[in-house]
Design a protein around this ligand. Sequence first.
Ligand SMILES: [Zn+2]
Ligand SMILES: [Zn+2]
Length: 256
Amino acid sequence: MRFASLGSGSAGNCMVIEQASTRLLLDCGFSVKETIARLARLALSPEDVTGILVTHEHDDHAKGAFKLASKLNIPVWLSHGTRVMTERHLPSNASVQMHVVDSHTPFAIDDIQVSPFPVPHDAREPIQFSFSNGEHKLGVLTDVGQTTPHIQQMLSASDALVLECNHDVTMLAQGPYSYALKKRVGGHLGHLDNASSAHLLAQLDNRKLKHIVAAHLSAKNNTQALAKKALSQALNCDDDWVGVATQDTGFDWRAL
Ligand SMILES: [Zn+2]
Ligand SMILES: [Zn+2]
């Protein structure tokens, strides 16, 4: 199994998870044209994509998902709430094969086992996922206002983790956002700050962990150095061992 990111942050998110010939897109918050250009950097074409998972309806995750799905006849997996909230994204006269998933029930897409779990975030029925090929496990968590015991359980014993490090609490407080936006981002249905992400990481069973990547960093309220420092302290490892998913380039393939 290997995984990569096409870009991460409030201007668009998309990851690729690959096992043998099964390739899943996790979210698609870029335009179709941009997604195709970014897939090409990973030597992939959109025809290589088996399915698209949409975590929630926010544009930075759902913007291009349904247009890409309808253009290339790619099935989409999403929660009932996300389906209701994304109907406006469906191209007129287009049919997209939708699989509505229960947020607590694992399922398989060809060679990849997918385990959804609900998260607190200001969307209708947001879910996040872990992925397994039966041997190795990748856990992904972004767009979450606070952690829960269930999230901790779902991410524990992963071989690879991609964890939201949205903001530094002090930078958010002193930064340029309006009071209302600061309350939203920093609230229990907003985004995970570096220290909360590090606290979650420190509580997990990390004995198998080979990759840790900080994701969904705010351009205004965080720095790569602060996110790396927070996660490396939680693992007691070198800062350089912590990867960062950037908005412009995401991150290159990592193999499990
Ligand atoms: Zn987001
Ligand atoms: Zn969101």
